[in-house]
Design a protein around this ligand. Structure first.
Ligand SMILES: Cc1cc2nc3c(=O)[nH]c(=O)nc-3n(C[C@H](O)[C@H](O)[C@H](O)COP(=O)(O)OP(=O)(O)OC[C@H]3O[C@@H](n4cnc5c(N)ncnc54)[C@H](O)[C@@H]3O)c2cc1C
Length: 416
C-alpha cells in the first residue's frame, strides 16, 4: 500500500512537501487553516483573528521587498517569470510565484483549505492519528496517516521581551507580527526594538514619515553592521516608566510608539507529548539534525534552522526525508540520535534561543552534513556564494544576480 503523508500548512514549505510526496509516488493530504496557499506571503490589513476566529498567521506588511535575491528563493527547476528583472522583489511577486508553483504543478488538489490541524499523535501501530477541524463549521475529523511533515511556519507566535515597566508604557506598543504599514507612525516618535531583518526594514519604512525613529539593539547582534546610519541608534532598554524609556547608557527618551521586532517562537500546539518534541526557550529538542523526530522518525519538521535560505533548505530536507522513507538512509539508533542532538547542543556556546540560527557559513555546513548522511544532492554552492555576497557587498539595486551554473553567478544590469 502506498504510504500516505499528512502535511501541516501550505506555505512555501508545505507546497514543496506536496510536490516531493507526489514526485516520490506517495499519497499526501495537506491541511491549511487559511483559504489560500503562500502562508506568510499573504498580506492582510487585519491583525489578531481572522473571520473564522483563528489567529492570523501572516506577519507580512505593505511595501516589503525581499531581503534575499529571488535567485536563492527558488524551487529547483522552477524559475521566476522571465519578465521579473530585479533580484529583490516585492511581496506580491513572491506570492504570485508560490501560486504559480501550486497551479502549474497541480498541487492545490492535495490541499484541504480552511482546515486547522488540532492534534497529532502516534498510534500504537506506528501510524499517525491526525485530528483536523473545519475552520468554518468547527466540525472535527480524525484521520490516519503513515507519515507527517510539519510545515506550519515559524513567524507567527511573537516573542515578547521582558522589559521592566513595559506594562506601564502609556503610548501604543505592538509586535512586528501586527505591523502592516508606516502610515500610523506619521509624525510620531517611534522606538523600534530589535535589529534583525524586520527591525531594520520596518525602521527604514517609517523613518520618512515619523517625527523620529530610535532603533534599540544589542551592538553584538548579527545584523549590527547593516543598520543604516540615518537611524538613531540606541543600546538596550533598562526600563520604561509611562512614556519615558530609559536606556542602559543612562539616556532617556520620550516615546509615543513602540514596535517590538523581537522575533518569534517555534510553536507546535497540535503535537502530542508522546512525540518527544518540545520547545525550551526556542530550542526545539527531540530532533535529529533539526529535522527528524527522534522518537518517531516518520515525522519531520521543515526549516527549524534559522538565518538560512528557506526554500533551498526545505528542498534538501525533503530529499533527506524521502531518502529515509524510501529506505536509502538508515538512521542511527534512537540513543545515538539523542546523543548526537545533545552533543550538538553542547558544542555551541550560545543560548538556547540562538541555537538554531545558522548564518551563511553555518547553513553551508548544515546542508552538506544533511546531504552527506543521506547520500543526496546538497544545495548548490552558488546559493552560498550569492547569500554571502548579499551580506558582504554593498547592495546595488541597478544590478541583478544571474546564476551561471551550480557554482558561479554574475551581476548583470537589470535591462539584460
Ligand atoms: C516579514 C517577513 C519577511 C520575509 N522575507 C523573506 C525574504 O525576503 N526571503 C526569504 O527567503 N524568506 C523571507 N521570509 C521567510 C519566510 O517565512 C519564508 O520564506 C517562507 O515563506 C516560510 O514558509 P513556510 O511554509 O515555512 O511558513 P509559512 O509561510 O508561515 O506557512 C505556514 C502555513 O501553515 C499554516 N498553518 C500553521 N499552523 C497550522 C495548523 N495548525 N493547521 C493548518 N495550517 C496551519 C499557516 O496558515 C501558513 O499558511 C520572511 C518572513 C517574514 C515574516
Amino acid at each position: 500500500m502506498t504510504m500516505k503523508i499528512a502535511i501541516v500548512g501550505a506555505g512555501a514549505a508545505g507546497l514543496a512537501a506536496i510536490k516531493y510526496s507526489i514526485d516520490q509516488g506517495y499519497q499526501c493530504e495537506a491541511f491549511e487553516q487559511a483559504e489560500v496557499v503562500g502562508g506568510t506571503w499573504n498580506y492582510t490589513d487585519q491583525v489578531g483573528f481572522d473571520k473564522n476566529g483563528l489567529p492570523i498567521r501572516t506577519s507580512m506588511y505593505q511595501n516589503l521587498r525581499t531581503n534575499l535575491p529571488k535567485e536563492v528563493m527558488m524551487f529547483e527547476n522552477f524559475p521566476y517569470k522571465a519578465s521579473l528583472k530585479e533580484s529583490y522583489i516585492t511581496q506580491p511577486e513572491v506570492l504570485e510565484y508560490l501560486n504559480d508553483f501550486a497551479e502549474k504543478l497541480d498541487l492545490k488538489k492535495h490541499i484541504q483549505f480552511n482546515t486547522l490541524v488540532t492534534h497529532i499523535e502516534p498510534t500504537e501501530d506506528d501510524k499517525w492519528y491526525v485530528e483536523v477541524q473545519d475552520a468554518v463549521s468547527k466540525t472535527k475529523q480524525k484521520k490516519i496517516f503513515d507519515a507527517v511533515i510539519v510545515a506550519n511556519g515559524k513567524y507567527h507566535v511573537p516573542n515578547m521581551p521582558s522589559i521592566p515597566g513595559l506594562d506601564t508604557f502609556s503610548g501604543h506598543c505592538i509586535h512586528s507580527h501586527d505591523y502592516r504599514s508606516a502610515a500610523p507612525y506619521t509624525d510620531k516618535v517611534v522606538l523600534v526594538v530589535g535589529a534583525g531583518p524586520s527591525g531594520i526594514d520596518i525602521s527604514m519604512q517609517i523613518h520618512p514619515v515619523a517625527k523620529k525613529v530610535f532603533l534599540s539593539f544589542d551592538p553584538s547582534c548579527e545584523f549590527a553592521a547593516f543598520i543604516p546610519k540615518t537611524l538613531s541608534h540606541k543600546v538596550s532598554i533598562d526600563k520604561i516608566v509611562d512614556n519615558r524609556v530609559y536606556f542602559k547608557d543612562q539616556s532617556v527618551e520620550e516615546i509615543e510608539e513602540i514596535i517590538l521586532c523581537t522575533g518569534y517562537h517555534y510553536s507546535f500546539p497540535f503535537l502530542s507529548k508522546k512525540c518527544g518534541v518540545s520547545v525550551d526557550d526556542n530550542y526545539v529538542s527531540g530532533l535529529y539534525k533539526e529535522l527528524v523526530c527522534i522518537q518517531y522518525p516518520s515525522m519531520v519538521f521543515m526549516c527549524i534552522p534559522g538565518s538560512v535560505c528557506p526554500i533551498p533548505t526545505y528542498e534538501l530536507q525533503l530529499r533527506v526525508a524521502f531518502a529515509m522513507w524510501n529506505g536509502h538512509l538508515q538512521l542511527p539508533s534512537r540513543e545515538k540520535m539523542l546523543k548526537d542532538a545533545e552533543e550538538e547542543r553542547k558544542s555551541k556556546s550560545c543560548s538556547n534561543r540562538k541555537f538554531h540560527r545558522k548564518g551563511i557559513e553555518g547553513e553551508r555546513l548544515y546542508w552538506d552534513d544533511l546531504a552527506q548522511i543521506a547520500g543526496v544532492k546538497s544545495v548548490p554552492n552558488v546559493v552560498t556564494k550569492v547569500h554571502r555576497y548579499c551580506f558582504t557587498q554593498k547592495k546595488d539595486t541597478s544590478k541583478s544576480f544571474r546564476i551561471i551554473n551550480d557554482d558561479e553567478f554574475e551581476m548583470v544590469d537589470q535591462i539584460n
